[in-house]
Design a protein around this ligand. Structure first.
Ligand SMILES: Cc1cc2nc3c(=O)[nH]c(=O)nc-3n(C[C@H](O)[C@H](O)[C@H](O)COP(=O)(O)OP(=O)(O)OC[C@H]3O[C@@H](n4cnc5c(N)ncnc54)[C@H](O)[C@@H]3O)c2cc1C
Length: 399
């Protein structure tokens, strides 16, 4: 499947950072990762830091799947409110999910520092009520999170008028971060390669033989990779590797990036923005002074149907920009679209399915997929040490 199209910003800005050659010999490693996006990058680095010999295979060039299209807002707020998630999975489990996504942000910052990723930036994140009917649920969400010690503030209409030109009754202000996911994936893989990991792009996997004690992978070009543990980090293309795939819904989202802006009237704090409507609009800025606006998600039918909507979606996003930022002149530099997946409870599926004991899956789905990818790497580290991880039950297969 074609995961994205149009012109995503980061591959244009950073260019083709590095290519890794296809596999040209048979290999035996402790651990093989299939999937060279941001998830595979976090996982492969976790594996080499755990002392595993590791190979990464991707059928495209590295980081050219969804990762290249990602707007890369790092929020601990899961796509489902803590109140709703509590109703679905119990308050203790919902809090565990929210605290895990919150706490991993500082560890992502540390990883970014380790690999020289300078685009990591802490940001204020403003989650606003799109509609009067959303005000009460948003206030209930604020109360629950505050009661459990989350560092948040309620912004009322007058506070919001000081920050923005658009009108809304209230919003939750929290701390979040942003990165360049494409650049970070490359930096993580460069680090993996320096630590002895093998990374190969443009490798088509032909077959996977799951045996009692190991896994044998064969590529279309006839190479064989033997490993004790196989990690599947193929994003939205991971499902065919599962014997019992979970139910997930595929959607397409649209985004544009502006030319560098000269004025920030009505957005001087350059906050990250998102809203209570579903699907929601999301906005951020870039270190080189651009604005990004995304949203207008539609159910995914086919790459052609998704791509045919790019002009009309761009027009709708432009109208949305004018509602949100009426005093910031808009000059769109590029527009793109990408497909993403959602699970029923907005939580990822991470771990080893009971019927595939030598495989570890990282299906980091949802609006904050990258945050889940970082947690998946920590869960892999725990699994390699034979330890349990607090999230393993809430992210398990078969839930
Ligand atoms: C427009 C857009 C905006 C987004 N915004 C955000 C955001 O703001 N914040 C956030 O956290 N998340 C966001 N996401 C989601 C985020 O981008 C994803 O969670 C993340 O990129 C997924 O990374 P991944 O490595 O799991 O998947 P991918 O980046 O898709 O990587 C999977 C890799 O597996 C490879 N692969 C697949 N099948 C095979 C196979 N059979 N053999 C070999 N290789 C294979 C692919 O080629 C690909 O390179 C957004 C997504 C989109 C599309």
């Amino acid at each position: 499947m074609d995961l994205r199209s149009g012109l995503p910003f980061w591959p244009m800005k950073d260019g083709l950072i590095r290519t890794y050659n296809p596999l040209d010999a048979d290999l035996d490693v402790d651990l093989c990762v299939i999937g060279g996006g941001i998830t595979g990058a976090f996982l492969a680095r976790a594996a080499v830091l755990s002392g595993q010999s590791c190979a990464v295979l991707d059928r495209r060039n590295i980081a050219h799947g969804s990762t290249a299209a990602s707007t890369a807002l790092l929020q601990y707020e899961i796509d489902q409110h803590l109140t709703d998630l509590s109703d679905q999975i119990g308050e203790g489990n919902a809090l565990l999910a929210y605290r895990s996504t919150r706490d991993v942000l500082t560890r992502i910052e540390a990883i970014c520092r380790d690999v020289g990723h300078s685009d990591f930036e802490w940001k204020d994140s403003v989650y606003f009520a799109s509609d009067s009917k959303d005000v009460q649920p948003l206030r209930a969400e604020f109360e629950l999170r505050r009661r459990h010690g989350f560092d948040i503030e309620m912004l009322e209409r007058d506070d919001l008028r000081k920050r923005f030109d658009f009108e809304t009754e209230c919003a939750i202000l929290s701390r979040a971060a942003q990165i360049d996911a494409y650049g970070l994936a490359h930096q993580l893989f460069a680090d993996v390669a320096e630590r002895g990991g093998r990374i190969h792009g443009r490798v088509q996997v032909d077959s996977i033989d799951e045996r009692s004690y190991d896994v044998v992978i064969r590529t279309v070009r006839g190479r064989r990779i033997g490993c004790r543990k196989l990690v599947i980090a193929c994003g939205y293309e991971s499902l065919p590797f599962l014997k019992s795939p979970p139910r997930v819904d595929l959607n397409s989202t649209y985004a544009f990036v502006t030319e560098p802006l000269e004025r920030w009237d009505g957005w001087s704090g350059r906050e990250m923005l998102w809203e209570s409507a579903r699907p929601y609009s999301y906005a951020r800025t870039t270190p080189d002074g651009r604005g990004i606006l995304g949203g207008d998600d539609v159910p995914f039918r086919s790459p052609a149907a998704r791509d045919a909507l790019i002009p009309s979606r761009q027009a709708r996003l432009e109208s949305r920009w004018k509602e949100l930022f009426p005093r910031i002149p808009l000059e769109v530099a590029s527009t793109w679209t990408g497909t993403f997946a959602e699970t029923r409870d907005a939580l990822p599926f991470i771990g080893t399915p009971p019927d595939q004991p030598n495989l570890f899956f990282a299906l980091c789905y949802g609006g904050n997929g990258i945050v889940f990818s970082a947690i998946a790497a920590e869960m892999l580290t725990a699994a390699l040490r034979g330890e349990s991880h607090p999230c393993q039950s809430i992210f398990r297969f078969g839930r």
